[in-house]
Unconditional design. Structure first.
Length: 103
């Protein structure tokens, strides 16, 4: 085990945060409609790059979030409030992030 990693199990706060990130990734996918014809499929595939960029940004944010909690494992009130604010921003900006990636 790396010396900077804590040995405590995952907290409820971390589990909830992971669920929010998973839900955000799901929102990126759910916004896509299933194509009915081949031309619709080709048209939808043009947006795949934007989905990839959005998903990468989401994974990078999650990665930093995970590293913070793996290293420090804080569970105090201030950390809960700041974490909640971050999760709100992640959920709120899922669609604008994808919109900006498509431009």
């Amino acid at each position: 085990m790396l010396p900077w990693k804590r040995t405590r199990p995952v907290s409820r706060l971390e589990g909830f945060s992971d669920a929010v990130f998973a839900f955000s990734a799901t929102l990126l996918v759910v916004s896509l409609e299933v194509p009915q014809t081949f031309p619709e499929l080709v048209a939808d595939l043009r947006g795949f790059g934007a989905f990839g960029v959005s998903f990468l940004a989401l994974v990078l944010i999650w990665s930093v979030h995970n590293a913070f909690f793996r290293r420090y494992g804080l569970d105090d009130g201030l950390t809960v409030v700041l974490n909640t604010a971050q999760l709100f921003v992640v959920l709120f900006y899922v669609y604008p992030l994808k919109f900006m990636a498509e431009m």
